[in-house]
Write a protein that binds this ligand. Structure first.
Ligand code: MN
Length: 331
């Protein structure tokens, strides 16, 4: 590693030859669009070529967005990189087979993320802000710190990233709104951002959500309603749909290729009142020594080797304990 600098990218930028920006597995719009804007930023101050890496590909919606915001994107690469920037990663396991390679590399490794920080980091520098709505909001901040204007196209990409992660600003702070205004001033358009996020319904997702509703078990925990369901795919969509239906907390789990995958969602009222953080207090605990897990206060996911039946039992017991309430099943 060459002599370190105080500001991003913490190495002599003019000497960079090839940089890799890594997204979490199955990249979502916030991860990809943050990487897209960041690759432009890096090329503004360095001669480096930049690859965006999406381990195990990207979501359907992300693929659609890639048409509007194209960038050299690879799932695999044997190239030598002198800079790694991981964006929106959450748990390092989500780097999939890139985790080992990055860990072994002597290149500068930077994390830009709005997921809570993990213990035992693999990075040299971490720009982490768990209060940011999205990684896109953090990338805009980086543009500002480096005194570089993103330009209309990157501004549009970042606005789409923010709208996606903030559920169209339903979860946003003052700084999120200020970031949006800044992006609008830079030429981004909010109607266009909404249009870009619309996508035709995915048949598999629709069926998963309806099956999830059919297999539902409902529990009352003091004044809260917990919804549990089993589904082999689209767990996050199912959990979110159950909260939309009115559950305060929802968990969708399913066995998939030798592991159990689970996704948790809660509404803001539940978090504000109970302060139960689904990422650190539920997903991490349910996956401990049996998989990996983490996430945000009201949205988290995990894997486990316990099997879906056991995971559902453990989850019910854990959430009951956290709420200090006896679960009563509603039939
Ligand atoms: Mn994100």
């Amino acid at each position: 590693m060459s002599r370190e600098k105080a500001t991003f990218p913490f190495v002599e930028a003019r000497k960079l030859r090839r940089a890799a920006i890594l997204c979490h597995r199955h990249a979502d719009p916030d991860a990809y669009l943050s990487a897209y804007a960041l690759s432009h930023l890096i090329r503004k101050f360095s001669p480096a070529t930049v690859d965006i890496i999406t381990p195990e590909g990207m979501s359907t919606l992300t693929k659609q967005l890639q048409q509007t915001f194209p960038s050299r994107t690879l799932e695999e690469s044997q190239r030598d990189y002198d800079l790694f920037v991981a964006v929106d990663i959450g748990h390092t396991e989500l780097l999939k087979n890139w985790l080992g390679r990055i860990t072994r590399s002597g290149a500068m490794k930077i994390l830009i993320d709005h997921h809570p920080e993990q213990k035992g980091s693999i990075y040299d520098r971490m720009l982490v802000d768990a209060n940011a709505s999205s990684t896109a909001e953090m990338v805009l901040k980086l543009y500002n710190e480096l005194n570089i204007k993103p330009g209309k196209k990157r501004a549009q990409a970042l606005l789409v990233g923010i709208l996606f992660d903030s559920q169209h600003l339903a979860i946003s702070s003052g700084s999120t709104l200020r970031a949006c205004v800044e992006l609008l001033d830079e030429g981004a358009e909010v109607e266009e951002a909404r249009r870009l996020l619309r996508s035709p319904p995915d048949y598999g997702e629709v069926i998963a959500k309806l099956k999830g509703a059919k297999r539902l078990r409902i529990f009352r925990l003091s004044n809260w309603v917990l919804a549990l369901s089993r589904i082999g795919s689209f767990q996050s969509h199912v959990a979110r749909a159950l909260v939309h239906l009115g559950a305060d907390v929802a968990l969708a789990v399913g066995d998939f290729e030798n592991e159990t995958r689970g996704s948790l969602r809660s509404n803001q009222r539940f978090y504000d009142s109970t302060k139960i953080h689904l990422g650190t207090q539920v997903a991490e605990v349910l996956s401990k020594e049996r998989g990996y897990g983490g996430g945000h206060a009201t949205a988290a996911s995990f894997t486990s080797s316990s099997g879906e039946g056991e995971v559902l039992k453990e989850a019910l017991a854990l959430i009951s304990k956290l709420l200090n309430a006896q679960p009563v099943e509603v039939n």
